[in-house]
Write a new protein. Sequence first.
Lengths: 110, 116
Amino acid sequence: DAKTTQPPSMDCAEGRAANLPCNHSTISGNEYVYWYRQIHSQGPQYIIHGLKNNETNEMASLIITEDRKSSTLILPHATLRDTAVYYCIVRKNTGNQFYFGTGTSLTVIP
Amino acid sequence: GAVVSQHPSWVICKSGTSVKIECRSLDFQATTMFWYRQFPKQSLMLMATSNEGSKATYEQGVEKDKFLINHASLTLSTLTVTSAHPEDSSFYICSARDRGAGGELFFGEGSRLTVL
C-alpha cells in the first residue's frame, strides 16, 4: 500500500474549518484514501473514504486532487471535540490490512 | 457505523502471568479481525491479522508464541499475551471489517494493559 505524509500537528480555531492535508504521491489506481481519527485513549473512528471523486458525509468532506497524489480532509466547523490525531491511510478496497502512519495531531482552540 | 467491543478495557497483571483480551463484532460478522498495539505518543502498529477458522498472520517482528490469537467464530477474536513482562504494557486495539460493507474498518475501544 502507498505511503502517506501528513504534517505532525495543526491548530484550528473553534468554529472555523479545519483543513488537514495528506500527500500520497505513490498511490495506485485501485487504492482508496481513508481517513480515521483517534481521540486520546480511544480506538480510531472512521471518518470518510474515497477513490477519486470528492466525498462528503455528516462528519467531513474529502477533497482528492485530480492526479490523486494528495487529498484534504475538511471539518467544516471545528469544535473542541474534534481535537484528535487524524490519520490518512491509502489502501486497496479489497485489501485487508490498514497500516497507520504518524498522523496529524489537530488541536481546536477555543 | 458497525460496533466492535473489547474486553477488558483495562487490566493490570503481574509479570509472568498471561492476559486474554476479547474482541467482538456486535452487529455484523467479521471473517477477518486485526490486532494493533500502540505505545504512548506513537501510532498504531499492526500486530496480526486474525482469520476465522484458520491461523493468524503475524507482522514481521511480532512473536506468535507470545501473542496468541484465536478467531473461533465470526464475531469473536481473542488475543492472549503470554508470560507478560513490563515491556508488554501497551494499548491493544482490535478492529474488524464488515464483510458486507464498503471496506472500512471499525475499531474497538482499546484495552490498556499494565504489567507490573
